[in-house]
Design a binder for this molecule. Structure first.
Ligand code: PEP
Length: 250
């Protein structure tokens, strides 16, 4: 039985006070939940968010990492720095990093392997553009992103990998994949894991859906057999809506 994950990607939003108030609000409202809860705040606030989340089940991850340990890489942040401030997870391959910041599959693979090698859990994001979907290329795109993203990742390491299916056309647009569309993509991804790893890895790997998830659509999406939770952008920036999604997840 896969434990559901509800993860909030704050992107480049909040300030220190807002972020700490947000995580305190989530902590206060959390109550009993069977879901694993994660937040991905901006780099400068990570330490403060980890401290504010202390004593709760909320785990903190970073939105990116760099592939070297230290040195002349102006502006970059290493895995050791992230772990030093209490991060347990990292997002890799988010569509904004792929399509706005120009990250290629090779770099995404290096980041995935670096995070895993250094003991972080990796949430690897994959998803097609609208023109790729319209050209019936969804599966080909997912195959390419999975093959590249997970190249060199062992079956044992897959215990520390979560996949997030995020159709790019549904991110921040208010357009959500229908539960059937989400399930179709997730089923494909689970089949991919079975054919490239094993039935065991496919059975145990969590696959999250991301793309305009809100409290009122979360239950139906997460209720699909192959959807193991949600990666939430906009609706994770208010404690009430994020808590609503956690409640919908069960
Ligand atoms: C995201 O950025 O990962 C995301 C899913 O955003 P939103 O929920 O705002 O579509």
């Amino acid at each position: 039985m896969r434990q559901v994950i509800v993860a909030g990607n704050w992107k480049m939003n909040t300030n220190k006070a807002e972020g700490e108030a947000l995580v305190s609000g989530i902590k206060e409202g959390l109550g009993e939940t069977s879901a694993e809860v994660l937040v991905f705040p901006p780099f400068p606030y990570l330490g403060g968010i980890v401290a504010a989340a202390e004593g709760s089940a909320i785990q903190t991850g970073s939105q990116d990492l760099y592939i070297e340990d230290n040195g002349a890489y102006t502006g970059e942040v290493s895995t050791a720095m992230l772990k030093d401030v209490g991060c347990t997870h990292v997002l890799v391959g988010h569509s904004e990093r792929r399509h706005v910041l120009g990250e290629c599959n090779k770099l995404i693979n290096t980041k995935t392997r670096k995070g895993l090698a250094d003991g972080l859990k990796v949430v690897l994001c994959v998803g097609e553009l609208i023109e790729e979907r319209q050209a019936w290329q969804m599966e080909a795109v997912l195959d390419e992103q999975m093959s590249w993203g997970l190249a060199g990742v062992t079956a044992d390491e897959m215990a520390s990998v979560v996949i997030a299916y995020e159709p790019v056309w549904a991110i921040g647009t208010g357009l959500t994949a229908t539960p059937d569309q989400a399930e179709e993509a997730h089923k494909y991804l689970r089949g991919w894991l079975e054919s490239h790893y094993s039935a065991d890895v496919a059975e145990n790997t969590r696959i999250l859906y991301g793309g305009s998830v809100k409290p009122d659509n979360a239950a139906e999406l997460i209720g699909q057999p192959n959807v193991d939770g949600a990666l939430v952008g906009g609706a994770s920036l208010k404690a009430d809506s994020f808590l609503g999604i956690i409640a919908a997840a069960g």
